[in-house]
Design a protein around this ligand. Structure first.
Ligand SMILES: [Zn+2]
Length: 237
């Protein structure tokens, strides 16, 4: 086999190995990123709940203000009732008092309802804080675990990089430029096998003439359909 072709086949294998580290790195990082995302989501929940509580507190204090106005009104009414002269005035005062008392009941009920909502939201915040503390306690060990995995991956990757450097120092420059040009679009299928006279890159059949050239392996042969570099597996590999 043409030694330049052999080098390009080896280079394509090494490049494939290098690319295979990417999903491993992503997978290792995923668990830490998931923990961070969960933490951020709980932080947001707590913030939202706190804002909602502020709104309910505001409604509650409006009701409390209304209550104090109503009690003032009832007090004034009872003073006035001592000075009324006519039946009509008396009835009017009684009606006002009735309405004010109804409003007091309503305001008290409203305050009670709002307090329940506030209590409920505070309980939710407490639960969220507990969950948050758990995540934060685990975060460091998750990070250490990820770092350890990445360290192992990087050591392995470093070995493959060294292998690639070695290959690059021996590979024919023209062949390398040619390989890199195809690799830009073909990625890990830049150099592909021919099986049953078909290019394993584009799956198209190649002519008897091209197939014969690939089998001879004297030159670097491209797929006439897609342009990938072709080879057939031989005993020497
Ligand atoms: Zn092809």
């Amino acid at each position: 086999m043409n030694p330049h072709l052999k080098q390009l086949i080896d280079l394509s294998i090494v490049d494939k190995e290098i690319d295979a580290f990417e999903p491993q790195i992503e997978e290792a990082n995923a668990s830490y990123e998931a923990a961070i995302a969960k933490k951020e989501s709980i932080d947001k929940d707590i913030e939202n709940l706190s804002n909602e509580i502020k709104e309910e507190e505001l409604k509650k204090s409006k009701n409390e203000l209304h209550l104090s106005e109503l009690s003032q009104k009832l007090e004034d009414n009872s003073k006035k009732s001592k000075e009324v002269k006519t039946e009509r005035e008396m009835k009017s005062l009684q009606l006002e008092e009735e309405i004010a008392k109804e409003q007091v009941t309503f305001a008290n009920e409203e305050i009670e309802r709002l307090e329940k909502i506030i209590d409920n939201k505070n309980e939710q915040i407490e639960a969220a804080k507990t969950a948050l503390a758990e995540i934060e306690a685990n975060l460091e060990s998750v990070k250490a675990d990820v770092d350890e995995k990445l360290k192992v991956i990087n050591e392995e990757r470093q070995k493959v990089f060294v292998e690639k450097e070695k290959l690059l120092s021996t590979v024919n420059q023209k062949g390398l430029a040619f390989y890199q040009k195809i690799r830009r679009w073909a990625k890990n299928t830049t150099v592909v096998k021919v099986e049953e006279q078909a290019c394993m890159g584009c799956n198209m059949l190649i002519s008897d003439k091209v197939y014969a050239d690939v089998i001879k392996g004297e030159d670097i042969t491209n797929c006439p359909h897609c342009g990938r570099i072709l080879y057939v597996e031989t005993a020497e590999q």
